[in-house]
Design a protein around this ligand. Sequence first.
Ligand SMILES: CCCCCCCCCCCCCCCCC(=O)SCCNC(=O)CCNC(=O)[C@H](O)C(C)(C)COP(=O)(O)OP(=O)(O)OC[C@H]1O[C@@H](n2cnc3c(N)ncnc32)[C@H](O)[C@@H]1OP(=O)(O)O
Ligand SMILES: CCCCCCCC/C=C\CCCCCCCC(=O)OC[C@@H](O)COP(=O)(O)O
Length: 304
Amino acid sequence: MPRQKFPRFHAGMSSNVVKAASPLASAVTGAMELSVAQWLLVVCLVAFPLLYEWSVSFKYFCKMAFYNGWILTLAILAIPICAVRGRNVENMKVLQFMLLHIKYLYGIKIEVRGWENFNIKEPYVVVSNHQSSLDLLGMMEILPSRCVPIAKRELMYAGTAGLACWLAGVIFINRKKTDDAISVMTEAAETMLKEDVRVWVFPEGTRNHSGSLLPFKRGAFHLAVKAQVPVIPVVMSSYKDFYCKKERKFTTGKCTVRILPGVHTKGLSSDDVPELADRVRGMMLEAFSQMSSERPGKGPGGVH
Ligand SMILES: CCCCCCCCCCCCCCCCC(=O)SCCNC(=O)CCNC(=O)[C@H](O)C(C)(C)COP(=O)(O)OP(=O)(O)OC[C@H]1O[C@@H](n2cnc3c(N)ncnc32)[C@H](O)[C@@H]1OP(=O)(O)O
Ligand SMILES: CCCCCCCC/C=C\CCCCCCCC(=O)OC[C@@H](O)COP(=O)(O)O
């Protein structure tokens, strides 16, 4: 004879009794039924917002991780769209369009001054200061049409972002091999004229958040002199009020981007490059200090 199976209702019955008795006890019983994984999830869901609001560093890491992760994700969408055209500077418009909203996500207000200085039909070289990877926001705000940045070669290997950059015609240079970098930039001078392309260079050659400008590398100026095209300096104001890598600070804030009048290079030769580079750096430093002193409640001493 098959053994009769009795429904095992004892546990259920007792919990029903408890549930009826008190909602608190019911919650406790419910919690006791959670698996370890569910417990971990609950702890994370509670701890994350608390930690995010309480710790400035945690907030900084989350915001930076999301910034990079979001760009890598957007690049997944951008790649097939760009791939239709193949490697083409027009693809930079796709990247620009897809990146423009990020400033809203981060509550960064960008004010642009000097738009009229970009009203030049011929190709030119844009040179700008380089504080952090957040420069991408200011860059995308004003990027002229058919303009490609020069970037360190390592960026090409940054997963989907690297591929998207390559498809958009970003010029990669190997900073460890000066001769290679120079020959890539010499080729760029020819391409600028032949294909009506503008080039964006960070003449400091690396990120610098010291509150001033590093000495300029000369590649951008050789490039402009070789192509005999103007150099247009662009200055992004200090991020210090809302972003500081050292202090792990990243809040909302405002950045001013100033496009300065172009500096002509017609008739200049490579001998004139050091003087040209110094002159442009002087203009940018002056604009940078001026913008810093305009910050509400801050004198020029506010910049370190
Ligand atoms: C929706 C999805 C989106 C996904 C992705 C989104 C991304 C969107 C795209 C955005 C990309 C943004 C990328 C930003 C990345 C920024 C960077 O990577 S910055 C770092 C790279 N850039 C630079 O380094 C540019 C500035 N550097 C230079 O110009 C340098 O001069 C150099 C050419 C790299 C060489 O540097 P170095 O080796 O340090 O040597 P120098 O001392 O500067 O020069 C030595 C010597 O050579 C002369 N010289 C330099 N350049 C030239 C030249 N073109 N022609 C001739 N001669 C040159 C120089 O004058 C020196 O000689 P001198 O006698 O001492 O004067
Ligand atoms: C599967 C591989 C995953 C790789 C993950 C890489 C994460 C990067 C993700 C997104 C890239 C965002 C593009 C940001 C563009 C800005 C680049 C930038 O600012 O480069 C710094 C360079 O100018 C100077 O470098 P150094 O200061 O000399 O150092």
